[in-house]
Structures are given as structure tokens and as C-alpha cells.
Ligand binder design. Structure first.
Ligand SMILES: [Zn+2]
Length: 156
């Protein structure tokens, strides 16, 4: 790819004046990311693209949110479903900061407890897990103490 072309692509990505670009979201999880971040409930200008080519992921999605800057604990909520997500913080059309997501120590809401007998599956109590392994992704339920592992993770 020529340098000119690279420049153009870069411009295309950062073509919001101020805000956040979330890149490298697995395409299949785009709408879950939107829900988890509450982007379906805010009035900021949001553009997204999905099924874009990505060397790393096969296909990826990208979200650009104008005039929105996320707190770390806010953005880390998407780590379970978009572990390779990268954020570009844009001010006056320039990338001023880059962030990566990290799996938090505690996960509230978002994930269902896999134990069908767990109180969180029967009453209006939102789930709370402590992350006991970030590598293999094991979440220990605060209420029933059962462990939900990676292949059992279901989102609300
Ligand atoms: Zn539970």
C-alpha cells in the first residue's frame, strides 16, 4: 500500500473532530458492544462500520462516537467480548491518546450466571462476578460461588 493511501485510510478513521474511535471489535459482537456501552441510549453522533477486513480478526467492526470520552472502567466492560479493542481518543481531528481494554477484576451485570439455580436467574438481582482467571476467563459468582467459564459466558 502506498503511503498516500495509508494517509487517506488514517484520515477516514479519524474523521471525527472530537470523540472516541473504538477499533478492532469482532464484527459479530458489534451490537453487544453498543448495548454494553449504552450507545443505543445517548444522543451523541455515532457512526459504525462492520465486516471490515482485519488481518487479526478476519472481520472487524469500528465505532466512532463524537464528543464522548469513556472512563477506563466503562470501556473495560467490553473486554470480555472485544478483548483486542483499541481506542483512539480524538481531539481536533488528531489522535491524542490510544487505549487498550483490560479485563476488570469485578464484572457487574453484563454476564449471566451459568448456574440455573442461582438467585440472579430467578430474582431481579444483577449478577456480580470476581474474575479469578483472566487468561482462561473464569468468573466466580458472588451469590452462588459457581464458576462461569469462557465457553459458558452468555450476555444479558
Ligand atoms: Zn450465580
Amino acid at each position: 500500500m502506498s503511503n498516500d493511501m495509508k494517509k487517506k485510510l488514517k484520515l477516514k478513521v479519524s474523521a471525527i473532530k472530537d470523540g472516541t474511535v473504538i477499533d478492532h471489535i469482532p464484527a459479530k459482537n458489534l451490537f453487544t458492544v453498543i448495548t454494553i456501552l449504552g450507545l443505543d441510549k445517548i444522543e451523541n453522533q455515532i457512526t459504525f462500520g462492520t465486516n471490515l477486513d482485519s488481518g487479526k480478526l478476519g472481520t472487524k467492526a469500528i465505532i466512532k462516537v463524537s464528543d464522548k470520552f469513556f472512563e477506563n472502567d466503562e470501556i473495560n466492560k467490553i473486554a470480555l467480548i472485544a478483548p483486542h479493542a483499541k481506542l483512539n481518543i480524538i481531539r481536533d481531528y488528531e489522535v491524542v491518546e490510544k487505549k487498550i481494554v483490560k479485563i476488570p477484576e469485578v464484572i457487574k451485570g453484563i454476564v449471566k450466571c451459568f448456574n440455573p439455580k442461582c438467585i440472579t436467574n430467578h430474582e431481579k438481582i444483577s449478577t456480580c462476578f470476581s474474575v479469578i482467571s483472566k487468561e482462561s476467563l473464569e468468573l466466580k459468582c458472588k451469590y452462588c460461588e459457581k464458576i462461569t467459564s469462557q465457553d459458558q459466558i452468555k450476555m444479558y
